[in-house]
Ligand binder design. Sequence first.
Ligand code: P6P
Length: 289
Amino acid sequence: MTDPSSREDDVVDAIVETLCAAAPSIRAGLPGRRVYEEGTNPSGERQLEADTYADELLLKRLRPLDGVGEYASEERPDVIDIGEGVSVALDPLDGSTNLKPNNVMGTLYSIYDEPLPTGGENLLAAGYILYGPVTTLVAGRDGVVSEYILESGIKRPLREELTLPGDPAIFSFGGRVNRWFDDFEAFARETERTEGMKLRYGGSMIGDVNQILHYGGVFAYPAQTDAPGGKLRQQFEGFPIGYIIECAGGRSSDGEQSLLSGTPEDIHDRVPVYIGNDSLVESLETRLD
Ligand code: P6P
């Protein structure tokens, strides 16, 4: 009788390998899919042909896997039943608005041992494939996060058991400055002055978070004065990024508590996101009180 945890490991490994194997096809499909489809995704955002292409390709590749029960995507209104087992939540092409300006984007995944929507405490694994100058995988599992180079869809270790640098360098905030709560501008100026940090925002959460993993600092897509939930989705973006940054010894927050503490009512619920070096995120939280 196979030990359930080792079987779960096998399923998680199979999912990650399937996503990696699909990466060359997704990358190859980007040049010809830079135009918008009719309509919007469930969050009301316009969809590029590349968004729906990545979503359809990944569902097709994941559907045959043993041990995968549900598939959910930022691009689809509802969870899809594809068998028995774990649940996979994908942002198939996070940061796809970067396609036209040719900036980074990627596939963001999170795997749960409960039906979706579900809370962050039910995460089994999370990570992202980043389509930058090279294709990389950042994978979190069992409390550690490691980085790999992907060549022809095969992963090669780059950095094992990543930890955030102690000396933060990058400060990255999404949204509109005039819609941040007043204190954010004060926080920005103070941290740039006191920590000597550089402001750098790329418009793709996984690209911006990847910079924090490499250089230290803080990424936030804050609550906005006209959107208290912020922009990023709790199930598809908040939980995986919260898990990854906490695996790397950093801190995640929705403004009050760890991003992993919440449970969405709807699969597309949004959450404010603050992640990075512990002291910086804690300082942000105090400003939000
Ligand atoms: P804005 C991409 O669409 C995304 O979901 C995240 O990857 C990114 O952080 C954010 O939205 C960018 O939003 O408002 O800067 O375009």
